[in-house]
Write a protein that binds this ligand. Structure first.
Ligand code: ATP
Length: 362
């Protein structure tokens, strides 16, 4: 579904043509997004592309020069941050150092909806168990690890029962192993609460791992919005193909339209049957390193074989990452072969594993 066709009224969060300027610098240009209720939605892109600005515009910390922000069908464009019912967690935990863990979480309750029959103390206990920190209430933030501090920051953001959770690089100050553990925790909590969540990261593998849908951002614009599998397998632009995962991008020219074929540097390559191309069209082929398999395979129909030379290889534990040269180009290959590839190798790629970029122009 094109994002614009989703309706603002049903969305957990909707941005309509948001533009944000900083003294002549356009940080966001006509950004439109629609995040479903209960969805885990991630903004991913390189440094400076506008991810944080997008999040801040949703939270109300940034006033857009144009456009509208909706949360749960309410127009909130002119509302102050504390009236938007959003919980925010930033990269740096920003817990109050002079308050205990319990006091930090309780601070989040000051904007709480009418309490019902749960006391503040009970609510704090509930939140501490939710983030797996029960019994740690009397500690000071400095007695906590980075990961524990982020759990408390999450509990504090969730305390008032917000409609939307906004997370800005919450894991980037942590080491790799802890990042992987905590992202699972965040996802589990998000699913348990069913809360609409927008997550910002520059780490594409984190984005793919955690999200229902991903928006790839570049230069203040949205390049593609899709589920992780689609962003990975069917990148819409050269930027997405190169930013998300690794890719061999080959430019060629169509030599035959049915069955579709191209040549790249004079070598014929069979294209997916579904490709609608005309003879003479320029095409840009995305070939992921893992779809180039070592050796010739009788099993693969519509395959192309290439002869390449191994330049060097890296052992990754579960695979080899192999840098090959082919027709004066580099080709990256990922193989789970147990034998270290070396010398001259035959590479096979199935036509159906080749993705054609829709923007074939450079
Ligand atoms: P990072 O991953 O490095 O945090 P980002 O994708 O979150 O990057 P933003 O922080 O949203 O990017 O910044 C987008 C653009 O707006 C950048 O060019 C940045 O320099 C600019 N920018 C952001 N905040 C301000 C500000 N307060 N004043 C001026 N320019 C700003």
């Amino acid at each position: 579904i094109p994002d614009r066709d989703r309706t603002t009224a049903d969305a957990g969060v909707a941005l309509d043509d948001i533009t944000v300027d900083f003294g002549g610098v356009t940080a966001l240009e006509d950004v439109s997004l629609s995040v479903d209720e209960g969805e885990f939605f991630t903004l991913v892109g390189p440094s400076g592309c506008g991810k944080t600005t997008t999040l801040r515009a949703i939270a109300g910390f940034e006033e857009p020069a144009a456009g509208e922000v909706h949360i749960d069908g309410r127009r909130v464009t002119d509302l102050a941050p504390e009236r938007r019912d959003v919980g925010v967690v930033f990269q740096h935990y920003a817990l109050f150092p002079h308050m205990t863990v319990r006091e930090n979480v309780a601070y989040g309750l000051r904007f709480r909806d009418p309490p019902g029959n749960v006391t503040d103390d009970e609510r704090v206990d509930e939140l501490l168990s939710l983030v797996d920190m029960a019994g740690m209430g009397e500690r000071e933030p400095e007695q906590l690890s980075g990961g524990q501090q982020q759990r408390i920051a999450l509990a504090r953001a969730l305390a008032p029962g917000p409609d939307v959770l906004l997370l800005d690089e919450p894991l980037s100050a942590l080491d790799a192993r802890l990042r992987e553990r905590l992202r699972v925790t965040i996802r589990e909590i998000q699913q348990e609460l069913g809360i609409t969540t927008i997550y910002v990261t520059h780490d594409q593998s984190e984005a793919l791992a955690i999200s229902d849908r991903v928006a790839v951002v570049s230069g203040g614009r949205i390049e593609q919005v899709a589920p992780p599998e689609t962003v990975y397998r069917e990148p819409r632009s050269r930027f997405v193909a190169e930013f998300v995962g690794e890719n061999n991008l080959l430019d060629g020219e169509v030599t035959e339209s049915a069955p579709p074929r191209t040549t790249v540097d004079g070598t014929p390559i069979t294209l997916p049957e579904s490709a609608t191309v005309d003879t003479g069209d320029p095409v840009a082929l995305c070939v992921r390193p893992e779809v180039l398999s070592l050796g010739e395979s009788e099993m693969v129909s519509n395959a192309t074989t290439l002869t390449a030379t191994v330049e060097h290889r890296e052992f990754l534990g579960d695979a080899y990452r192999v840098h090959c040269s082919w027709n004066d180009r580099s080709l990256l290959v990922k193989t789970d072969s147990r034998e270290p590839p070396e010398g001259t190798v035959t590479l096979t790629v199935a036509a159906s594993d080749i993705h054609l970029l829709s923007d074939s122009g450079r």
